[in-house]
Design a protein around this ligand. Sequence first.
Ligand code: URA
Ligand code: CA
Length: 434
Amino acid sequence: MHFLDLILKKRGGNRLSAREISYFIREYVQGNIPDYQVSALLMAIWFSKMDETETRDLTFAMRDSGHIIDLSDIPGIKADKHSTGGVGDTTTLITAPLVAACGLKVAKMSGRGLGHTGGTIDKIESIPGCMTGLNMDRFKEIVSGCGISIIGQTRELVPADKLLYALRDVTGTIDNISLIAASIMSKKLASGSDVIVLDVKTGNGAFMTDRDDAVELARLMVRIGQAARKKMTALVTDMNQPLGNAVGNALEVKEAVEILQGRHPGDLRQVSLALAADMIRAGGLETDEQSAMGRVEKALTSGKGLEKLSRMIEAQGGDPRICEDTGLLPAPDEIISIKAETKGHIAAIRTDRIGNCALLLGAGRRQKNDAVDPAVGIWMGARLGDAVEPGDILATFYINDKTHLDAAIQQFHNAIVIGQSPPKPHSLIYETIE
Ligand code: URA
Ligand code: CA
């Protein structure tokens, strides 16, 4: 087989066979195909697209490029969740402990922040002492004992995705439904859980800005997971404003803890509980929506969810007292208020810009190897539709390094659109796919 033939085939709009796709992935991971040829193939895929069969074959080939984690020696039903990425999107730290409290085993591998979006691993590492680089034996031990562990993806998990993602990032080929589905699902399938719940974000803070595209992506990933005999469900949820009030690592941990303490009604809590209830149903603990939600709510109000988070933190070397006193989380040198300059309603929030603003404060990475400051970020004081007067607090900035502060303030004001009337109300959860 010659790689050039694959490029020409795809360039001409033809299908690649399962054999051709597995040749591509195998040889690329082994270092036998140069990046420039793979770049050309990725661009041909971007223009000519892949059909569902090709996407599934690509997913399976990528899954098989590294270690596939075997969780079968852990008793119980193993469940995993994945968000396609958002801003103020702290659902994992709420959903996973609740689901564990209901009796599923949560064995989750998470990522770091990507672009303007946050990552669960960066959030967990803001908890003093808490480690995310545990080895597989310790990970499984904690899942068995506590019912929940969240660690970073190991180097052996889907090496094909690490290579391809870095190449897509610099060749303008991130935003293709097949490439995204294969990237996400290969990692989920290699992580070994029986149940996978996907939170596919759509809106101006998501990678899928268009809602129909998000629904198509969600359906595609659900079918691929089902083809691999996983119990799948997906929610398509709104990302036209930060989901919670907090944007930044320790701040998001604080908000998650407060929700598990039974405080903060709102969108973050609602989506987190909906995801948890779907996991409970997909895991077969309950059959109908209402009883699943009832079970999740009980895990919340009884404090059992918070207890699970606390036990996980302790097992991973962190200070579990943050679950009672969030004042023990890293704090910044200074807190400043950002105020409204005009009167009106919050008509739109450019959510990706809010994410970039937190990044300018040091909460995320501008370059791959940048350090993240756990203490900094934004606490949003206003949501879509709120009426504001000049001088009203729109947000609080938690700051240390002021190098990019002026740019961050400018970016924030550019993100908030104050208009004469509130926007049309829209749903938080657009669709449930199973
Ligand atoms: N997240 C991933 O892991 N991969 C993608 O391609 C997009 C989002
Ligand atoms: Ca529906």
